[in-house]
Design a protein around this ligand. Structure first.
Ligand SMILES: [Zn+2]
Ligand SMILES: [Zn+2]
Length: 193
């Protein structure tokens, strides 16, 4: 037991709330991330309305970024304290589906979508990243957490490729970025069309 955290959960169909849960501990291949920015998705709304069969009390959310709080013993190449984004889909990259490239179908139909459906989601002060070696993506220094969190739910690409693209061509002139303040992001936008 390492203390408790606040988590935004589905209490039952049609009802949500903030509850206290234990701060999770990482398994060997997992990481624990301390959340710094999170977004609500329409999938969360549909889940609360009963579209997905999830148990009462399950934490909602699958679009969060943060700082690595703890790393499992088998995770290498990352350090605690690094800023990371985590894609909404967190495949194992080992099963037959993943090995054939169908990572969104990890373990079976739509099985890559694990947050809330198969495990607690990440709209909490801390959250678990499964298969962390493959599912952690470092956030470039010139992107804020508020910018990076928009890559978590990109349907056709992972956070990793989206962040790489964003670091080069961030659309600062678009409506979705008008309140963002990174001067480096603004400078890199001159070639955006
Ligand atoms: Zn979503
Ligand atoms: Zn898999």
């Amino acid at each position: 037991m390492t203390g408790t955290m606040r988590a935004f959960v589905i209490k039952t169909v049609g009802e949500t709330g903030v509850v206290e849960k234990p701060i999770p501990e990482p398994g060997p291949e997992e990481a624990i991330v301390r959340t710094t920015a999170a977004l609500i998705c329409t999938s969360d709304v549909h889940t609360v309305k009963g579209a997905l069969p999830v148990p009462d009390g399950r934490t909602l959310g699958h679009e969060s970024v943060g700082v690595i709080h703890k790393l499992g013993s088998a995770v290498t190449g990352f350090e605690e304290g690094q800023r990371v984004a985590v894609c909404a889909v967190t495949p194992c990259y080992r099963c037959s589906y993943c090995q054939r490239g169908f990572t969104s179908q990890c373990g079976g139909a739509l099985g890559g979508y694990k947050y809330t459906v198969q495990m607690d989601g990440n709209m909490a002060e801390y959250f678990v990243v499964p298969a962390a070696q493959a599912n952690l993506t470092l956030i470039p220094d010139d992107l804020t957490d508020a910018q990076a969190v928009y890559t978590c739910d990109t349907p056709a690409a992972s956070s990793r490729s989206s962040l790489a693209l964003s670091a080069r061509r961030w659309p600062s002139g678009s409506a979705r970025t008008t309140s963002w303040t990174s001067p480096r992001a603004t400078r890199s936008n001159r070639s955006w069309t």
